[in-house]
Design a protein around this ligand. Structure first.
Ligand code: SIN
Length: 360
């Protein structure tokens, strides 16, 4: 039997099992929180050819109802229902899916019938979606993004427990007004700082140096810290009328660099460039000239760093005041890109955009 047939059979089995549980589902319980699960795909909805297939599986094939019914324990901690927003591996996440997801979350959270949201998502870009939602969700109610490093067909799949924990957090009053949260492997992270730190280990999501917000233990959320930066209800960004976001690209810094890639982004209509510089955002001479030329054409430039930790010093490795550049503070390049896209929906004023980078 070839791999495709095996994957299809595995999906069918998971789906049929879920239907069986669905028929036995209990009516909603007034004492439990109402949690909506919005599914976008990823490994948590994946399928592998064998129980030992932990790489080389197919992501984003199991539908949301099957994911829910695969964890009957969810119904003991919340009244859960699901919606399929997308069914993609998260490397294919787009601005349009982000906008669709965020608008639906805002719509649902405006209703008294919804107490919290869980988003199931691929782990590769989970940190980007989390930060985007952190800036555009207009509610204090919990929004928890969850994924898995192993597909449901694998031995010791992490998805079911991760989903259970996410639903618990989404129904927890203490999780309100903490910004968008990411929870995998019993660790609760804040959207602004969380990043994927290992290609394949379960213990991959961390907020290096700045730390977790809390832990899950015994089906309960324990919080120890909060993000100090503006998010959700304090955010000035509004996506209500938007159908897309301004194009912003990332230029990577490295030895023996050239400006060719940067020039191509600008020629293709980039409205902003995030430079993932070496060290404290240092610029290769030829690239620096390319950025200066791009700025003269009206392209907004943010200096970030590929290092992964620390404050990007404004006027440190480049004279940002003189060059009219923005410093990214501690935001990594992929999150700087998101903040710059949203900033450009409101202003092209560099000072204003620098203020946003200090505040969010
Ligand atoms: C993805 O990001 O969709 C694939 C990888 C994963 O979810 O772990």
């Amino acid at each position: 039997m070839n791999r495709k047939v095996l994957v299809t059979l595995a999906v069918l089995v998971v789906f049929l099992c879920s239907m069986q549980v669905a028929f036995a589902a209990e009516p909603s319980n007034n004492h439990l929180p109402n949690v909506k699960i919005l599914a976008t795909g990823g490994t948590i909805a994946g399928s592998g050819a064998t129980s030992t297939t932990t790489v080389g599986y197919t992501a984003a094939v199991v539908p949301v109802d099957a994911l829910i019914n695969n964890v009957p324990e969810l119904k003991k901690v919340a009244n859960v229902s699901g919606e399929q927003i997308a069914q993609i591996a998260s490397e294919n996440m787009t601005n349009k899916v982000w906008l669709k997801l965020a608008k639906r979350i805002n719509e649902l959270l405006a209703s008294d019938d919804v107490d919290g949201i869980v988003v199931t998502h691929g782990t590769d870009t989970i940190e980007e979606t989390a930060y985007f939602l952190n800036l555009v969700v207009k509610s204090e109610k919990p929004v928890v993004i969850v994924g898995a490093m192993r597909p449901p067909t694998a031995m010791s799949a992490d998805g079911p427990m991760n989903l259970y924990n996410a639903v618990v957090i989404a129904g927890t009053k203490e999780a309100r007004n903490k910004g968008v949260l990411v929870c995998l492997n019993d660790a609760i992270n804040g959207a602004r700082e969380v990043t994927k730190t290992n290609t394949s280990l379960l213990d991959t999501f961390r907020a290096p140096e700045l730390g977790y917000l809390g832990y899950m233990q015994g089906g309960k959320a324990y919080f120890y810290r909060e993000s100090t930066r503006k998010h959700t209800t304090q955010s000035e960004f509004d996506i209500t009328g938007l159908t897309d976001l301004p194009r912003v690209d990332i230029v990577y810094g490295y030895a023996n660099n050239s400006r060719d890639g940067l020039d191509a982004f600008v020629a293709h209509g980039a409205k902003g460039i995030v430079h993932a510089g070496v060290g404290d955002g240092s610029l290769f001479t030829e690239v620096k000239q390319g950025l200066i030329d791009a700025r003269k054409q009206g392209v907004l430039i943010v200096r970030s760093s590929r290092v992964g930790n620390g404050i990007l010093a404004r006027n440190g490795e480049a004279n940002d005041d003189e060059l009219d550049f923005v410093a990214s503070d501690t935001l990594n390049p992929q999150k700087s890109r998101i903040l710059l896209m949203l900033a450009l929906t409101k202003t092209h004023d560099t000072k204003e955009i620098q203020r946003m980078f200090w505040e969010y």
